[in-house]
Design a protein around this ligand. Structure first.
Ligand code: HPA
Length: 288
């Protein structure tokens, strides 16, 4: 086990006494702006959290922000680490487990991704319906920590059907086009070859990126509900006109960033109402 999620959670709890986030949000490349919308309770550098893995990638700030967003108590991760940084896969378990220990029941992940469909070009948003782990890696390999979940677990409904329904309803209400598709995790750090993209399309993927899947695996193992949205920054290799660069990823992440921010805000507001209703229903049941 790399690092102790309990020590990390204790440290964060001390920085925000009495605050318990219910939703965790991970902000991908160029999407850090949403963090500025959080009414902050505490802002903590990853460097200060015991054993917390830190990113070396530009566009990933490396800060945990606790506060309220859309009225919901949230923990917002501004930046994440990736396998291609040379990080031990097991180390990727710590942030998600820490979020679970802090009280987060829901994990909303965002990322930048390349699209396989011309109709889903740069500036589009894609709700992830399922994924293909093409990395051959998994943060859960090794001794199982029963405190978080069982050795073997299902990934059949990894991307929570109810949360997806909510997100689609919110997008429709906002008249915002929300595509839906399968995300493929490519190890990187290079962008794919056109031949790889043709193969991935045949395998059933709709978009490709270098993150998210490890966090989903750890969250599902721990019984958290997951939703994830890709911010499409480019057409994948061989499908577009321009050469792929990280600068282009960051630049094009801005195209849909404000749509994604609005969608997230309204989603959290509706989620708050739903959770409140569910809570009231369960209190009613308790009285019967
Ligand atoms: N490939 C992999 N990762 C990415 C891409 C891509 O085309 N775009 C943004 N992140």
């Amino acid at each position: 086990m790399t690092g102790n999620p309990n020590a990390a959670a204790d440290f964060v709890q001390k920085a925000a006494p009495g605050f318990s986030p219910r939703v965790a949000i991970v902000l991908g490349s160029g999407l850090g702006g949403l963090a500025d919308k959080v009414e902050p309770v505490a802002s903590i550098d990853y460097a200060d959290i015991p054993d917390f893995p830190r990113s070396s990638v530009e566009g990933h700030a490396g800060r945990l922000i606790l506060g309220r967003l859309g009225g919901m108590p949230v923990a917002c991760m501004q930046g994440r680490v990736h396998y291609y940084e040379g990080i031990d896969p097991e180390a990727l378990a710590l942030p998600v487990r820490m979020l679970k220990l802090l009280g987060c029941e829901i994990l909303l992940l965002t990322n930048a991704a390349g699209s396989f469909h011309k109709k889903m070009g740069p500036g589009s948003l894609m709700l992830i319906s399922d994924h293909i782990n093409f990395t051959g890696r998994n943060p859960l390999i090794g001794e199982n920590d029963e405190a978080f979940g069982p050795r073997f677990f299902s990934m059949e409904k990894a991307y929570d059907p109810t949360l997806r329904k909510h997100l689609k309803a919110v997008a429709k209400e906002m008249e915002l086009k929300l595509h839906e598709g399968v995300y493929l995790h490519y190890l990187g750090p290079n962008f794919e070859t056109p031949a790889e993209i043709r193969m991935f399309k045949k395998l059933g993927a709709d978009a490709v990126g270098m993150s998210t899947v490890p966090e989903v695996l750890v969250a599902r193992h721990a019984g958290m509900r997951v939703a994830a949205i890709s911010n499409i920054t480019n057409l994948a290799a061989g499908l577009g006109e321009t050469e792929l660069t990280h600068e282009q990823t960051l630049e094009c992440a801005m195209l849909a960033a404000s749509d994604l921010e609005k969608l997230t805000l309204v989603f959290l507001e509706t989620l708050k109402r739903e959770l409140l209703k569910a809570h009231m229903r369960s209190s009613d049941d308790g009285r019967d």
